[in-house]
Design a protein around this ligand. Structure first.
Ligand SMILES: CC(C)(COP(=O)(O)OP(=O)(O)OC[C@H]1O[C@@H](n2cnc3c(N)ncnc32)[C@H](O)[C@@H]1OP(=O)(O)O)[C@@H](O)C(=O)NCCC(=O)NCCS
Length: 194
């Protein structure tokens, strides 16, 4: 991962600088998240093709502590070695991580924090069903970046509107000229308005 994190093309649009300290501390940070929360980034290894069996980066869910205002919201993230781009690995792993977050981890939703110029990352987010929720100011970059969001639960159906009318035991008073019981019921309800 240190080699991947030193590639300027990989880190071009990241949301925080990957300086030597971050490169050296990366593994400890990832394992500490697993120890504390029981979930975290997955190591990605293609099973077939020229990169079969090689570690090519990470995809997974973690709390984005680098932005305190979002630190309680689980983030789905991805970062792969350049030679593995364009093969669908990020999307395949992100879909699996999204589904794991919904089923095994039981999260209600996920976010991704994405630089507005990071088109490859935006395409992955869109393919896992995310849409832009809004901007967040990122002090590490001194600019606004996008929060992408994906709900993992079906929204509960809206509450039925409160009944404004209630039935009454009173026999409907039929207007003299009324012939239709339906019309009589209508009058009855209107009379019982509360
Ligand atoms: C963001 C990143 C993970 C995206 O990687 P990627 O390889 O471009 O993403 P995918 O896995 O979705 O693959 C994309 C392409 O593979 C192609 N592809 C080839 N074979 C495929 C297959 N079998 N299945 C699916 N897609 C396939 C698709 O055409 C797709 O292109 P499209 O998005 O134009 O349709 C990668 O660019 C990266 O690591 N960037 C640097 C780190 C970074 O910015 N991380 C995100 C911070 S927010």
């Amino acid at each position: 991962m240190a080699t991947i994190n030193r590639d300027p093309e990989v880190v071009r649009h990241l949301n925080r600088p990957v300086d030597p300290d971050a490169v050296n501390g990366f593994f400890a940070t990832v394992t500490a998240h697993w120890d504390q929360h029981g979930f975290g980034f997955w190591a990605i290894e293609p099973r077939v093709g020229p990169l079969a069996g090689r570690f090519v980066g990470f995809v997974g869910v973690a709390y984005p502590t680098f932005l305190p205002e979002l630190a309680q919201r689980p983030e789905l993230g991805w970062r792969l070695a350049r030679e593995s781009w364009g093969a669908g690995y990020a999307t395949e792993a992100a879909v699996a991580a999204r589904d794991d977050a919904a089923t095994r981890l039981g999260f209600d939703d996920l976010i991704s924090i994405i630089h507005p110029d990071n088109e490859r990352s935006q395409r992955v987010a869109a393919k896992v069903g995310m849409t832009i929720e809004g901007p967040v100011f990122n002090p590490h970059l001194n600019m606004a970046v996008d929060i992408w969001h994906r709900a993992l639960r079906q929204q509960a159906p809206p509450e039925p509107p409160q009944r404004k009318l209630r039935r009454t035991n009173m026999a409907p008073a039929l207007p003299e000229n009324a012939k239709s019981p339906a019309l009589a019921g209508l009058f009855c309800n209107r009379g019982a308005e509360i």
